[in-house]
Design a protein around this ligand. Structure first.
Ligand code: 6PG
Length: 250
């Protein structure tokens, strides 16, 4: 099992800057090694600032957008112009502002039923898989975490074991759309690099349990993210990391 690297930042500025530099560096490495960069984006509010930085070409000036293929780790089943659309957010904040070919953007279709959309996205993933595989090894997976310990749309109480690449999910969290599609741990755990972004004090207790308490994957879905052969890095702000600081030696 890979040991996660925990990076705790005093300021959001440093956290997001690190995230943007890591994203660009990972993309360059992937293109050098494999000729393309496959990334799965996260939804929710936390990555928004990262997407803004990635769109700033004075900061991120060597991003190989032409060889980048963008996917999503999960989606809410709403139209792309709905405020709850993960694709819609990334499009508005990032993808419309950079020189990425339209054919390199692979959203989960939020206008279908969750079941139909999950099936449709499994076919999209299969097109990028190596021979004999059902999904690609992502070069980078971005993930967030809810205050209940969910990640992507893997929610407490569900047991998405097995080799199905995508799942239809219905789950209520805050006032967000309940019908969703998510990639599964089987796909996430194949990635070369996984970057969690976790900020704010509402996440502190769940984060402490996920990283430092005994495993309980049914209660804490983020514990299901255990790359088989990849890097796992958590970018954490000091509020989200406040309970970790109490128990970890500095
Ligand atoms: C989604 C997500 C989800 C998100 C967390 C954290 O589609 O809702 O991908 O897993 O990352 O809910 O959301 P915030 O960043 O808004 O706290």
């Amino acid at each position: 099992m890979v040991t996660p690297q925990l990076l705790i930042f005093d300021t959001h500025k440093e956290l997001y800057l690190f995230g943007a530099m890591f994203f660009e560096h990972t993309a360059q490495q992937a293109v050098a090694k494999r000729g393309r960069f496959l990334v799965a984006l996260a939804g929710g509010g936390t990555p928004r600032r990262l997407y803004e930085l990635l769109a700033d070409s004075s900061l991120v000036s060597n991003m190989p957008w032409g060889q980048t293929h963008v996917f999503w780790g999960d989606e809410r089943c709403v139209p792309p112009d709905d405020a709850g659309s993960n694709f819609g957010q990334a499009k508005a904040v990032l993808l419309d502002k950079v020189d990425i070919p339209a054919g390199n953007i692979h959203p989960i279709n939020g206008t279908l039923t969750p079941t139909a959309s999950a099936k449709d996205y499994a076919q999209t993933l299969a097109k990028f898989a190596n021979e004999g595989q059902a999904w690609p090894r992502f070069d980078l997976v971005l993930l967030g975490m809810g205050s209940d310990g969910h990640t992507a749309s893997l929610f407490p109480g569900s047991d998405p074991a097995g080799q199905t690449p995508t799942l239809a999910v219905t789950a209520n969290y805050q006032d967000r759309p309940a019908n969703r599609v998510t990639l599964t741990p089987a796909v996430f755990n194949d990635a070369h690099n996984t970057l969690f972004l976790v900020t704010g004090k509402s996440k502190a207790s769940a984060l402490q349990a996920i990283l430092q308490a005994d495993p309980n994957k049914l209660q804490w879905p983020a514990q299901r993210i255990q790359p088989k052969n990849g890097k796992l890095i958590w970018l954490i702000d000091s509020e989200a990391g406040q309970h970790l600081l109490e128990t970890s030696p500095k």
